[in-house]
Design a protein around this ligand. Structure first.
Ligand SMILES: C[S@@+](CC[C@H](N)C(=O)[O-])C[C@H]1O[C@@H](n2cnc3c(N)ncnc32)[C@H](O)[C@@H]1O
Length: 339
């Protein structure tokens, strides 16, 4: 850190974003990445705005108090408003976000906005982000422009950002599935914040049994010696959706299967495809940096053909300009597949 001029790098990043800031503020967005260290001169450091909160994160080294204060001052001066600043040091074993001001005076809960939709945000949080993944904005923008009148299935919904965005855009029905009760509770709050009461549901379930039932496939589970088939999952009837959002985590193991975006995307993709109505579309993501886009798309094409539901068209979505890429290979790959 010592030989890096952090204020200069941050000022340059903010200058580059000036036209973007005007655009975002104009379209009702006040959460965005202000500094993306990987492509802007300081890998492992990010600075994000979430409405009234500023979230600084470092992944490889700790930032000292002087650097944190410099970042806050530079951002507040540029945005011409005070922000409540949080720092998440992820370089150690037990990362924990801390408020930089007086913790008793600090408002940990707040609301941020994206494309005119309100979302909860939390300064001191335990997850990888304060309740909304900013790099998925490009995906939510697509959903917002296309969801009107459609039945939408949102898998690995987390805090239901994409599902709430679809409802807000006029989807006829949105079904969010995630096994995390606390994430779905935030999803419900997000819906309420936007005055959405009807036409949205939150299914607390492992995605594997929920999705396989919707797709009309038998529920399977990981066989371990002596273990019995788990039966604690909600029962669902087979049905299809015109829009399916498949934004899984990199890796997750459950009694029903393993999500593995490097070795086995098909385990979630195939049932998601079968739960998509003919002529419908899937928004698929893969956030593993070392998975390249073309080989991933080839895998999806092969898997779709094998399932008897060939892909008719592919539309690629790039992350927006607050997530610049140093090699034109953004870690988050997003593809809309018409099937
Ligand atoms: C990376 S987040 C997904 C981000 C989300 N799609 C969004 O729009 O913000 C991963 C989510 O997957 C959920 N998850 C992981 N494995 C799961 C499984 N087998 N069944 C259900 N949910 C799962 C986690 O609880 C977490 O909320």
């Amino acid at each position: 850190m010592t030989d890096v001029d952090l204020p200069a790098l941050l000022s340059r990043a903010l200058k580059r974003r000036l036209p973007l800031l005007a655009q975002w503020h104009g379209e009702g967005t006040d959460c965005y990445r202000l500094f993306h260290g990987a492509a802007e001169g300081l890998p492992g450091v990010t600075v994000d705005r979430y409405g009234p909160h500023l979230m600084i994160q470092s992944f490889h080294h700790s930032l000292d108090a002087e650097h944190l204060a410099q970042i806050q001052t530079i951002v507040e001066t540029q945005l011409e408003q005070p922000l409540t600043c949080f720092y998440m040091d992820r370089s150690g074993k037990h990362p924990q976000a801390v408020a930089l001001g007086d913790p008793l005076e600090t408002d940990n809960e707040a609301t941020c906005h994206e494309l005119g939709v309100c979302y909860r945000t939390r300064g001191r949080h335990r997850g990888r982000d304060p309740l909304l993944f900013l790099d998925l904005r490009a995906g939510r923008r697509w959903v917002q422009s296309e969801a009107k009148g459609l039945r939408v299935l949102n898998l690995f919904a987390y805090t239901c950002g994409t599902g709430v965005c679809a409802s807000h855009a006029g989807a006829s029905e949105v079904v969010n599935v995630d096994f995390s009760q606390s994430a779905l509770a935030v999803g419900r709050e997000n819906a309420a914040l936007n005055g959405i009461g009807a036409g949205i549901s939150f299914i607390q379930s492992d995605v594997f049994p929920a999705l396989r039932q919707l797709a009309g496939l038998p529920v399977t589970f990981r066989r371990r010696r002596g273990s019995r088939a788990p039966s604690n999952y909600p029962r669902l009837k087979p049905r299809q959706f015109e829009m399916v959002i498949l934004d899984p985590p990199r890796w997750a193991k459950s009694p029903f299967g393993t999500v593995d975006l490097i070795r086995d995307y098909a385990s979630v993709f195939k049932p998601a495809l079968l739960a998509t109505a003919p002529g419908g579309r899937l928004l698929c993501t893969n956030n593993v940096a070392r998975v390249e886009r073309e080989p991933w798309l080839d895998q999806l094409r092969r898997s779709a053909a094998k399932a008897g539901r060939p892909i008719k068209a592919v539309e690629l979505i790039e992350p927006e300009a607050d997530f610049p890429s140093f090699d034109d290979q953004p870690p988050l790959k997003m593809a809309v597949l018409e099937v």
